[in-house]
Design a protein around this ligand. Structure first.
Ligand code: NAP
Length: 354
């Protein structure tokens, strides 16, 4: 039962890195958001003091809202007229800029990797570890706080693994990703490097997928997060798909279970964002398809507002116990949509009351 009452007045929010791949998705998802209203856009020196329509190369298939087109892009300095900043900043600069905003009293909801593994920063997936939000009381920014969401491949993986962790226990995971081009930012990979090609390496990606789930599934106790203990091996590939990361996963489980028990656990999975009826929460976090050639980026990336993970092809594995394929939208569930859901959860649970 949701006893949270939506805010009477929309909360002013800013977007750091508003011109980039994730920044544009923030604009798309926050336009007409019931609780938040965009009041500031910021990016690099190159873009600042220019109208958004001139600074950004808008490549979304939706029309750039007129009021956004006419907004002036500002520098990423903590003097923006807003309470929350959503960060889609390049990781080369995100760490320091996000710290400065938190120190100045802003709530920073970030996509960048820089603060994800800080011990007092939640690496939040609202369906999995909303209790980790408690760790922000250890941050010493005063009213300012930093909350992060995981790497875009990690998020699909952990949503698919959550019912398995809870019901059967996990011993080991192997994952091979086929990641979309929008995951590399804008303008991203040069066309001649990816057309008629696959890039079998993405710098720093394996390490994130191998470490982040252990924190996400960690236990919050004695005011700290104790990582879960299982091994993950990841290999990452860039493929010529616009949006939607496909991942081929193999798992060893602690309990010996049937395929139908796994499918039942996936189909029945629902969590706090669904109970709270958060605006960006998918109705169903997981969609299972019995078709062995599903899921596919073209068909399933936008399922349930692009906020769900699709799973298909569950079958026995000769080395691990089971293998299956998963798909999630990298700039929605894996970035902007995931971050907005984090902010909605914070608001609904009283973490944004000054
Ligand atoms: P992107 O398209 O390259 O955008 C980067 C943004 O950072 C641009 O707005 C850019 O502004 C700004 N920026 C660069 N240097 C800056 C500086 N010195 N000062 C202030 N702003 C600066 O990258 P992206 O794909 O949107 O990714 C943004 C962040 O989200 C990264 O940390 C990335 O790892 C993470 N992330 C991305 C995805 C995804 O699917 N793309 C998913 C999850 C997480 P200008 O246009 O003015 O240069």
């Amino acid at each position: 039962m949701n006893d949270f009452i939506s805010p009477k007045k929309k909360i002013p929010v800013g977007i750091l890195g508003a011109t980039g791949s994730v920044g544009q998705k923030f604009i798309e998802l926050l336009t007409d958001h019931p609780w938040f209203e965009i009041t500031a856009l910021a990016a690099s020196e190159r873009s600042s003091n220019r109208l958004y329509k001139d600074a950004a190369n808008w490549f979304s298939p939706t029309v750039l809202p007129d009021y956004i087109a006419k907004m002036s892009v500002q520098k990423c300095k903590p003097n923006l007229d807003c309470e929350i900043v959503f960060s889609g900043l390049d990781s080369n600069v995100a760490g320091d800029i996000e710290t400065q905003f938190a120190q100045a009293g802003y709530i920073v909801v970030s996509n960048a990797k820089n603060h994800r593994m800080d011990e007092d920063v939640p690496l939040l997936v609202p369906e999995i570890n909303s209790d980790h939000l408690q760790i922000i009381k250890k941050q010493d920014f005063g009213n300012g706080k930093i909350v992060t969401n995981p790497n875009c491949s990690t998020i699909g993986l952990v949503l698919a693994l959550k019912p398995l962790v809870d019901n059967f226990g996990i011993e080991a995971v192997n994952v091979v990703t086929l990641q979309a081009l929008s995951g590399a930012g804008y303008p991203g990979v040069a066309s001649l490097d990816i057309l008629d090609n696959v890039q079998p390496f993405i710098n720093g990606e394996e390490e994130k997928i191998e470490s982040e789930p252990l924190k996400i599934f960690g236990k919050y106790e004695e005011e700290s997060i104790k990582n879960i203990d299982f091994k993950i091996s990841a290999q990452c590939n860039r493929v010529a798909v616009t949006d939607g990361h496909l991942e081929c996963v193999s798992v060893s489980l602690k309990d010996k279970v049937s395929e139908s028990e796994i499918i039942k656990a996936w189909k029945e999975f629902s969590a706090e964002p669904q109970k709270l009826d958060l605006p960006s929460a998918p109705d169903n976090p997981i969609y299972y398809f019995k078709e062995s050639n599903y899921p596919q980026p073209k068909l399933h990336k936008n399922l349930d507002k692009g906020m769900a993970v699709s799973i298909g092809g569950l079958r026995k594995c000769n080395i691990f116990d089971y293998k299956f394929n998963i798909l999630s939208h990298n700039t929605i569930r894996g970035a902007a949509g995931g971050a907005i859901l984090n902010a909605e959860l914070m608001l609904a649970k009283g973490y944004l009351n000054k």
